[in-house]
Write a protein that binds this ligand. Sequence first.
Ligand SMILES: Nc1nc2c(ncn2[C@@H]2O[C@H](COP(=O)(O)OP(=O)(O)OP(=O)(O)O)[C@@H](O)[C@H]2O)c(=O)[nH]1
Length: 525
Amino acid sequence: MSIVTVQLGQCGNQIGFEVFDALFRDSHCSQGLCSKRENEAYQASCKERFFREEENGVPVARAVLVDMEPKVINQTLSKAAQSGRWKYGQHTSFCQKQGSGNNWAYGYSVHGPKHEESIMNLIQTEVEKCDSLSGFFILMSMAGGTGSGLGAFITQKLQDQYSSSLKTNQIIWPYGTGEVIVQNYNSILTLSHLYRSSDALLIHENDAIHKICAKRMNIKQISFRDLNRVLAHQLGSVLQPVYSEDSSSHYRRNPLGDLMEHLVPHPEFKMLGVRNIPQMSAESLAYNTFTWAGLLKHLRQMLISSAKMEEVMSTILMRILERTRAESQGLQMEEGGDRIAPEGSAVELGYRLAGAAPLSGLPPIGKASAHKDPHFNTSLANLVILRGKEVHGADVDALPPSSLWSRVDLLTAILSGRLRSILFLSSSLTTGFKDPALYTSWLEPVDAFSVWKTQRAFDKYEKSAALVSNSQLLVKPLDMIVGKAWNMFSSKAYIHQYTKFGMEEEDFLDSFTLLEQVVASYGSL
Ligand SMILES: Nc1nc2c(ncn2[C@@H]2O[C@H](COP(=O)(O)OP(=O)(O)OP(=O)(O)O)[C@@H](O)[C@H]2O)c(=O)[nH]1
């Protein structure tokens, strides 16, 4: 079955190019470490999913490109054509002369209705070229204007027009430092709208990807292109063909359906995060060898410790700086000089840490995110995908105790007070990813955890492991974004920029309500 990808805005188009390039390069690389027959089957399956054949034999991406400015689309089309490996179709892009100026309302309420017909026609033409449609993969940022606003609009239209096809949105969470003052408004509007019309949100945080570029890839001057390559690798490690459970010679046929079946057991929970290892520079890779036990140990550690405190803290500090900057520019973000932050939210915590005055003013929001233990990450569903040499010997059920919890880990955990994690780990040295303590009580681990394996190696890695997780990992960043947007909304800052394009304050309130519910639902796992 095939996937039609819709790339929207600067971010969606730039990432889209890297994803198709990564998929193509991997499926044609000579280091698949498997038989020729197997490699051919893998290539054919990848092609069926993401590419169609054109008359001259050059594979064409099953994609539609949309932006309101021509520059990025032109660059994307020509980069693909110049690669000589694959290209985009001739009449698969739509662009205009003027972007959305980072205004979600402009993308959603102006560009959306105006260009709906043209964009939906392009998508329909692409759908008609698929023998069998698995669904739509929609790439966009959460915080700009076109990708986020128009992307939310188009996802809604896809839901109306193709209600029985799956829609997965890959969305980019903005840097916490804040590139644009209204990014939190755009973000909550995007998330709340997608929550209504999409089946799953595959979320990547720019901060987290940036960190991978700096620490694991050892890149000094990090560009969007670097970020996008890391992202494309992560997405490829999830989306490339994998054997089905009942057969180790046939690839799964329904890529989006299979993901959804294993990861989204309830429509209230549709935020998915991706982790994968190893991901490192070619130089480092040459000096490293990996065992399945070691890779699984690290993947499991990434899952159980939310370990996001430093990111949270830096975001809080940036928020305080942002606020100071806004105030010095005469922007009254909060009434009467009172510090108004959602009680229990990270912003409030930031004020407390900064020694600020007690809170006042607003009804609490995001309260439900007061987790039992802020360091522990409970999952609803996890999927581990293993690719490479001797994969059938990789045991996800029983990790050797020595590989689970090193002394350094233990010391770090004790120092950081992760008591529940320590107790949990010490009681579960042999239960791997199927430990009931990892999951919410209303799902049996056997239903909540899946593992897919394939011996065909991915990219340049002899062995690699990816984890797609529907868990509490994103609750903290979500709570922060909702809290920041609420702070601005309470003083009506910049609201006129949205209402002048037809939005109402009620729309914001609906978004807050929906996302509060999401935070509360994940918080109660
Ligand atoms: N990872 C990644 N993030 C990007 C890229 N380009 C932009 N972003 C992020 O996307 C957000 C801005 O969205 P854009 O896609 O640039 O905006 P747009 O959708 O084109 O909307 P307008 O510019 O308002 O027309 C910010 O959070 C950026 O950090 C990219 O190539 N890669």
